[in-house]
Design a protein around this ligand. Structure first.
Ligand code: SF4
Length: 885
């Protein structure tokens, strides 16, 4: 190969490919090989080829210069300007927004698609002109003479044309750099391709100056027992080969090297993959690939392997958007977008990158304090309320410093439409205000996130398109989705890699995870403009080509590896999940050759080790020192309903934590009603002084004020407010009648305590808060307890072992002559009066005086709630009543 010219040669793509290529090169070039350039599909092939050349030469050898097309292009890129993808996308969206014919089509998706199409066209030797494009569109759509299609064609052509004549995008810049390299070529070139495809224009241009050997590796030329079975299952498209039903011996050979494994769950699949890879390592295999078709299952497998001290070298990396660092940026934006919605706010605060100047302990303390504030204030959302109210309350505390940092950060975020670069600039400043940029820079993924933001700021500068916050976030998210994070510090015998990266590589063993019909399938190209037919018309690869490439990749993987395992989950979301179509075909071919199906089940998950014998008790006995010295009405009610529940709630202090309610629960409405009635009666101690309609209006005004904030947050709270408004007249009528019966409002929300001397010498403090206390002219006292319940439910409460009214009677002392519940969940309030309050109070005192000394004496607290008590009990899992019964 001494004179310029182009020669194509096909070699079988099997495990001996590099040995054959080495022999060919040494035969042709001998010592002059060092003067050649060798272009490989990926640099991972270089060490294999070097080894093969040394083995073939049998002595030390000056190696040819080995590169990939991408590396060669990078050398010739120089200072040539490139239009970065983020800027191209913004420019194109700005232009598409002026196109009315796009209708409801999302301009971001259309722009993305157009850019992909323009990038694909960049590799074509002679891209079509506008007319050819239009005819292509018309043929692809089966239409003729369509004005809309003509516009589409013009659009695609305009994007392609601006890519050609303006500053090129990355794909065209690579092609142009390769053309420049070809124009200056002085060394013979050997080009190895893993695909049988027409030579690119830059390679042919090389051939005008230097000898070019284009080596195409194709599985169609391999003729081994394994290859014959693979040809029968997946006939090669180019060049086509005649296939026959494989012999049983050929099928046996392949079946010994391939396993198809169905797992019942993600966990089972990951366990199977991790055990299989660990087994290969213990057998001494040192060149193993985990092909990640399903990233979720691969992620779990990686975690399981790391638990066994096996790290994976990740060749592809994970989407940057899936890292914790990117989640911090997203949490900041989400908190801003949702106006400080409490869950988003807490997500942001919990990020380790958002600690500002606080140390670890102060940060934890600040989070706990704000968390508590959010629940206490039932802060659903509202950044302004958070930043002002919480900022005031926490002034001088660690939480206050965190709130200050949030205030500064959110003040920087533009609230109006603004160019992307301005928004990124402000985002970076907001991260600085939170101390997050410096914290992010401390870890590899965080540093990459910061670099990406700085790059995006530079790439989008000068684009005048004003974006809303939502549009800008969409753009930013798509850039985070495209960026990859790779931890290149790990060197391991196990590589995590995509299927395409395994081309022409040899492995001791390969595990392909997620090989179901969804993941093991060619990419389907659907879109607004670049659909299948159009791609074919434009001479671009379509999904048929992609399907052929997928089969070539699978066949290459099996042919070049000693062992290959494919696994998938047989069930997904409760539906049957089949293996990839190509695997089904392979299994069918094996069965037609007389073998049983190659599909087997993954080993069942190991049973968890038996737990040590637990001492279970649902009737604890208290140490005398642990018997409580305080008692509330609800505590006593628990003790009466179920002693174990009393133990869990009031001795252990367990219970469901308070949560922020997006929509008000009945408990919160009840509290609000208590407050409204209390404030109303304090403001109107003598109802006779005003006319009932005026009183009802005043009550309605108080209801409206109390529900104001809740309605602003959630319009549905109107329903509660309206209900109470409607009942205001009836309540006033009842209250006026009560007053004319002689009972005057005296006080409300009254806290009381009564210390009881017990027979065993101990003291018990009874404590509580009485909703309302009325008095009459004789000095008698009446206690009222408001219940936001129906009359029927309140009646049942009184019939059961109720202790609440008696408890309040004890708290108030001897003058109580009336104690009643007032049912408010009715059109007209209904009072339920206890028969003899002093007698009930005396009975309660006797009961308590017996119970608490008994507890100190070793009486147990059994879980024996009845059906009604257990129905809504939050200790149900703890008491184990359902299991021990
Ligand atoms: S579920 Fe029933 S038995 Fe168990 S603690 Fe609750 S009330 Fe008691």
């Amino acid at each position: 190969m001494s004179t310029a010219g182009f020669e194509t040669l096909c070699l079988p793509a099997d495990a001996a490919l590099f040995a054959r290529l080495a022999r060919l090169l040494i035969d042709r070039h001998g010592d002059a090989l060092a003067d050649c350039d060798l272009l490989l599909p990926v640099m991972a092939h270089a060490p294999v080829l070097r080894g093969a050349l040394l083995a073939e030469a049998g002595h030390a050898l000056f190696m040819p210069r080995m590169l990939t097309p991408a590396l060669l292009a990078a050398r010739w890129q120089g200072d040539a300007p490139v239009d970065p993808h983020p800027r191209r996308l913004l420019h194109l969206v700005a232009q598409l927004r002026q196109q009315t014919w796009l209708g409801d089509v999302d301009p971001w998706s259309a722009a993305q698609e157009l850019l992909e199409l323009a990038d694909a066209l960049a590799a074509l030797p002679a891209p079509p002109d506008e007319n050819a494009l239009q005819q292509g569109f018309e043929r692809a759509h089966g239409l003729a003479d369509s004005a809309a299609l003509s516009l589409e064609a013009r659009l695609v052509h305009a994007v392609w044309h601006s890519d050609c004549t303006g500053t090129p995008g990355h794909a065209r810049a690579v092609t142009q750099a390769l053309m420049r390299a070809a124009g200056a070529a002085r060394r013979p070139l050997i080009h190895l391709s893993a695909r049988v495809e027409p030579a690119p224009a830059w390679l042919e241009l090389h051939a005008a100056r230097v000898p070019v050997l284009n080596v195409l590796a194709t599985r169609a030329l391999t003729d081994t027992p394994v290859a014959r079975v693979l040809h029968a299952a997946w006939p090669p498209v180019s060049p086509p080969v005649l296939t026959h039903a494989p012999s049983r011996d050929d099928a046996l050979e392949l079946a010994g090297r391939v396993r198809l494994v169905g797992a019942q769950s993600l966990e089972q699949e990951a366990q199977c993959a991790a055990s299989c890879i660990a087994g290969w390592l213990s057998e001494g295999r040192r060149n193993i690939a985990l092909v990640a078709l399903d990233r979720e299952a691969a992620r779990r497998t990686r975690a399981l392997l790391e638990r066994r001290q096996v790290l994976l070298a990740d060749e592809t990396g994970w989407k940057l958007s899936t890292t914790r660092a990117a989640a911090t940026v997203d949490a900041l934006l989400q908190c801003f977008a949702s106006d400080g919605y409490h869950r988003d706010l807490l997500d942001l605060l919990h990020s380790p990158h958002v600690a500002g100047s606080l140390d670890r302990d102060d940060h934890a303390q600040a989070i706990a304090a704000i968390d508590d504030w959010v629940v206490r204030r039932n802060h659903v959302d509202g950044l302004h309320a958070l930043l002002t109210d919480a900022g005031r309350e926490f002034a001088g505390c660690p939480a206050g410093r965190l709130i200050d940092a949030l205030s500064r950060a959110f003040a920087l975020m533009p609230t109006h439409n603004a160019p992307a670069s301005f928004r990124v600039e402000r985002l970076l400043a907001a991260l600085d205000a939170l101390g997050a940029r410096a914290a992010l820079a401390q870890d590899a993924a965080g540093a990459q996130v910061v670099n990406l933001l700085e790059q995006l700021r530079a790439d989008s500068s000068g684009v005048a398109l004003d974006l809303s916050f939502a549009d800008w976030r969409k753009w930013l998210n798509s850039e985070f989705e495209q960026a990859l994070f790779r931890d290149s510090a790990i060197d391991s015998p196990v590589v995590l890699t995509p299927l395409a990266a395994t081309r022409l590589r040899r492995f001791d063993a390969v595990y392909v995870i997620g090989a179901d019909s969804r993941h093991l399938a060619p990419v389907r190209l659907r879109g607004v403009l670049g659909h299948e037919g159009l791609r074919r018309e434009l001479g671009l690869p379509d999904s048929q080509v992609a399907a052929g490439q997928l089969r070539d990749d699978l066949a290459g993987l099996i042919a070049c590896s000693d062992q290959t395992v494919f696994s998938w989950q047989t069930q997904r979301n409760g539906e049957a999940n089949l293996p990839g179509v190509d695997l089904q075909r392979l299994d069918l071919v094996l069965q037609r050759a007389g073998l049983p199906s190659a599909i087997c089940s993954a080993p069942s998950l190991a049973d968890p080790p038996p737990l040590p014998e637990l001492v279970v008790s649902s009737a604890p006995v208290l140490d005398p020192a642990r018997v409580p010295s305080r008692l509330t009405a609800s505590g006593l009610a628990d003790l009466m309903a179920c002693p174990y529940r009393y133990y869990a709630r009031h001795v252990l202090g367990l219970g469901a934590g308070d949560e922020v309610e997006d929509a008000m629960g009945k408990g919160s409405v009840g509290e609000l009603v208590h407050r409204v009635l209390h404030d109303f009666h304090v403001a109107h101690p003598r109802l006779a002084d005003a006319a009932p309609p005026a009183l009802a209006d005043a009550l309605r005004a108080q209801i409206a004020a109390a529900f104001d904030g809740a309605i602003a947050r959630n319009f549905q709270e109107h329903a509660w407010a309206d209900r109470l408004h409607d009942r205001a007249d009836a309540y006033i009528a009842w209250a006026v009648q009560r007053e004319s019966d002689g009972w005057l409002f005296d006080s409300g929300e009254a806290r009381r305590a009564h210390v009881l001397e017990l027979p065993d010498g101990a003291a018990l403090s009874l404590e509580g808060r009485i909703d309302r206390i009325d008095r009459n002219a004789e000095g008698d006292v009446a206690l009222l307890d408001y219940k936001l319940r129906s009359a029927e439910r309140v009646r049942k409460t009184l019939q059961a072992d109720d202790v609440q009214l008696a408890f309040y009677t004890v708290l108030e002392g001897g003058a109580v002559s009336e104690a009643a519940y007032l049912a408010l969940e009715e059109d007209v309030p209904v009072a339920f009066i206890q028969d003899d309050p002093p007698a009930a109070a005396q009975a309660l005192l006797s009961l308590v005086s017996e119970l608490f000394p008994a507890l100190r004496n070793g009486a147990s607290l059994p879980a024996h709630g009845d059906e009604a008590a257990c129905l809504h009990c939050d200790m149900r899992g703890l008491c184990r009543k359902d299991w021990l019964a």
